[in-house]
Design a binder for this molecule. Structure first.
Ligand SMILES: O=C(O)CCC(=O)C(=O)O
Length: 266
């Protein structure tokens, strides 16, 4: 299937996938990859969750602080490709890169990835937020964020929900929803943030069969519900950006910000 044919287009519009991405702030990609590729990604990611508590600051529970002996709810591993570089050899990785290139219309590179596994009956949603609000960088993210479920994603196990068009406004005001702590020694490791500036009645759920994915803009408001099933809900999330990671760091505004910070320190 060609890249263009893989994207589900709103029946009410005649537009390309890139135009839909720009207008609505998200798209559904119906055949991103194969079931065999997803099985391979599971084989690479699952062992990381088996040794979650040994991964230091890279591994946190986004649902909130942990207490010794308490069960995890929404464990997250950041930059899994650094721990398991074979993830970059998967079909999903290659296809996400191609889609990001198509949606942004410029060359792209890897920016970030993380995996979030919701335990059965975890009783924790991932509250409404914009990914851009997590960025402390002086230039806006210019990236596409792919959410790849590693089983079917359903309303019951915590599929993605989006607010169409929310990418067209700016960054909303966010506040801390939960303090994260590491699995190793329960040290604080950042915060999960959320916004009240959202009208959930406009939200569109995106249940997905295995092999498909959603792609969203860094400003698009999104949410996932709690996992209310007896099985884990697993997802791998990949960000590809116009600057790539190295090019981002070499951007004149980033260099300017670093020089200003250095001057302030003296
Ligand atoms: O997988 C989830 O529960 C949430 C994912 C998400 O919000 C994100 O990747 O920004």
């Amino acid at each position: 299937m060609s890249l263009a044919d893989a994207v589900a287009i709103d029946a009410a519009y005649t537009e390309s996938p890139a135009q839909q991405f720009a207008r609505r702030g998200f798209v559904t990609i119906e055949s991103l990859t194969t079931a065999a590729d997803i099985a391979r990604i599971r084989l690479l990611l699952d062992p990381l969750f088996d040794r979650f508590d040994s991964l230091g600051e890279r591994a946190v529970d986004i649902a909130g602080p942990r207490a010794p002996g308490a069960a995890l709810r929404s464990p997250e591993i950041n930059e899994a490709v650094k721990l398991v570089p074979e993830l970059t050899d998967t079909l999903a990785y290659a296809r996400c890169r191609q889609f990001a290139r198509q949606f942004l219309g410029v060359p792209v590179g890897y920016m970030f990835d993380h995996a979030i596994y919701k335990l059965p009956h975890n009783n924790a949603s991932t509250a409404w937020h914009q990914d851009e609000a997590y960025s402390a960088r002086p230039i806006p993210l210019r990236s596409v964020h792919f959410w790849i479920p590693l089983q079917d994603a359903t309303l019951d196990n915590g599929c993605m929900w989006f607010i169409p068009g929310s990418n067209l406004g700016g960054v909303r005001s966010h506040h801390v929803a939960a303090i994260r702590t590491t699995g190793t020694d329960y040290k604080p490791a950042g915060a999960t943030i959320t916004t009240q500036d959202v009208d959930p009645t406009r939200a569109v759920p995106c249940p997905l069969p295995i092999g498909s994915a959603t792609a969203h803009h860094p400003l698009t408001l999104h949410y996932t519900g709690p996992n209310q099933t007896d099985h884990w809900r697993r997802a791998w999330i990949l960000h590809f950006g116009a600057y790539g990671r190295a090019r981002f760091l070499l951007h004149p505004k980033m260099i300017g910000a670093q020089i200003s910070a250095l001057l302030r320190a003296f």
